[in-house]
Write a protein that binds this ligand. Structure first.
Ligand SMILES: *Cc1c(COP(=O)(O)O)cnc(C)c1O
Length: 408
């Protein structure tokens, strides 16, 4: 989005405010789809924990996407935004059997990632088809090493436990209709990903009635200039060819499924803030904005890098600033960043603010969660109001204790 557009949104709506560029989301969706055009059946399930505003879900649904969910509340948000239950997959980790049962009753595809739940669910509902999440124990090491690791990860059923899975399936007569993996690590090296895919193919051959293979996500997007991103086109070419060969071996055209979150929405998001004060200490110039980790926690939580630009002075001389928030706790967004000269009252925009930003926000310091704007067809649409004081206290119950100590 143009700086001038962002600036006029910041002026029109109160900051802080999140802005999402609908065209960018659409572009990313089609880029992924195109990369896999040689696969007969492709399904993209948007992982909505990245950004779960119902208008965003509705927008992504309009492209033909399905939905990947991790809680029954996300399932409900999906249905509220127009998804049919069968367009939703439920991939939780460590939730109760009751929650899984409730989601299955709605008619959503269940994905199970531990043996105990698999056995209990299969015993009770042998006729409800289930996908199993495996852990291939493959980690991308950031270079071309293929390391077998994460043996103690809490996600997925270890591939070393496949004999257990097969015994449970045989005993319960349950139906397995999909096999899934999502390692959570960035796909930087396509060969590492293809290696993990081989493990998924080998696992798939052990089940006769599959309908789909789900390769999860892990698409890396650039956060700063020069960042490596997943080469989707190359991955598409190589994996499609291999997948089609696998389908021949399997004797059936299975559906190839991905569940991207970050890839679809990260770069579409901007977080707009206003500078409350510029403060010079002995060795640092701080720019303090009207936000903190209550609104955007990734830099403090994961050490993530978000580019910060001054949209009020985009031609100004560049200087070094440490951008911090207004929370009574260390809340550094970026240290010694080169930013166009900042004056108090300027608007700063944080880039890559689409994924895991608003959805991880909180009310810490009793601040309101910000408004959200969708930029669509060259127009700004308000898709969430800023919170109010009434909302902040609506679930609190005041017990009015009488003062029992004389204070004067
Ligand atoms: C979070 C999650 C995703 C999305 O991951 P991104 O890195 O945002 O693409 C996909 N699948 C599952 C099961 C997840 O938990």
């Amino acid at each position: 989005m143009e700086n001038t557009t962002l600036k006029s949104i910041a002026e029109h709506y109160e900051t802080p405010v999140y802005v999402y560029d609908g065209d960018k989301i659409q572009k990313q969706y089609h880029r992924l789809k195109n990369a896999f055009k040689d696969v007969e059946k492709l399904r993209i399930n948007y992982a909505c924990k990245a950004l779960s505003n119902i208008s965003i879900l509705s927008l992504i649904r309009s492209y033909g996407s399905g939905l990947d969910t991790v809680s029954i509340q996300e399932v409900q948000l999906g249905i509220k935004s127009g998804f049919k239950p069968k367009e939703i997959i439920f991939t939780p980790n460590g939730v109760s059997l009751e929650e899984i049962e409730k989601v299955a009753e709605i008619g959503v595809q269940i994905n199970i990632d531990n043996l105990s739940t698999l056995e209990q669910f299969g015993t009770k509902y042998p006729n409800v088809p289930v996908c199993i999440r495996i852990n291939p124990h493959v980690m991308a090491g950031g270079n071309s090493n293929i390391s077998v690791g994460h043996i103690d990860s809490k996600f997925g059923i270890s591939i070393h436990q496949i004999p257990h899975i097969l015994r449970i399936v045989e005993n319960t007569k349950m139906q397995i209709n999909g096999v899934h993996m999502h390692t959570g690590s960035d796909i930087l090296d396509i060969d590492v990903f293809l290696y993990a895919a081989e493990i998924l193919f080998n696992t798939a051959l052990k089940f006769e009635n599959l309908e789909f293979l789900d390769f999860g996500s892990g698409f890396k997007v650039p956060y700063r200039s020069g960042d490596i991103e997943t080469n989707i086109e190359e991955l598409g070419e190589k994996l499609s060819e291999r997948f089609n060969r696998f389908c021949e071996t399997y004797g059936k055209h299975l559906e190839l499924v991905f569940e991207p979150g970050k890839f679809l929405v990260s770069e579409a998001g901007y977080f707009l803030t206003k500078v409350n004060s510029v403060k010079q200490t002995t060795s640092t110039v701080f720019a303090q904005v009207n936000s903190g980790f209550n609104h955007l926690i990734r830099p403090m939580f994961y050490g993530s890098h978000h580019e910060i630009i001054n949209i009020s002075n985009s031609k100004g001389k560049q200087r070094f600033y440490t951008v911090v928030g207004y929370i009574c706790e260390t809340d550094t967004f970026g240290s010694n960043r080169k930013i166009n000269e900042i004056s108090e009252g300027d608007f700063l925009a944080f880039k890559n603010a689409g994924a895991y930003c608003f959805s991880m926000s909180s009310n810490y310091n009793s601040r309101y969660r910000p408004a959200e704007i969708l930029w669509h067809n060259k127009q700004a649409h308000l898709i969430r109001n800023k919170e109010t004081f009434e909302e902040l206290i609506q679930n609190q119950i005041l017990i009015g204790f009488k003062k029992t100590v004389a204070t004067d």
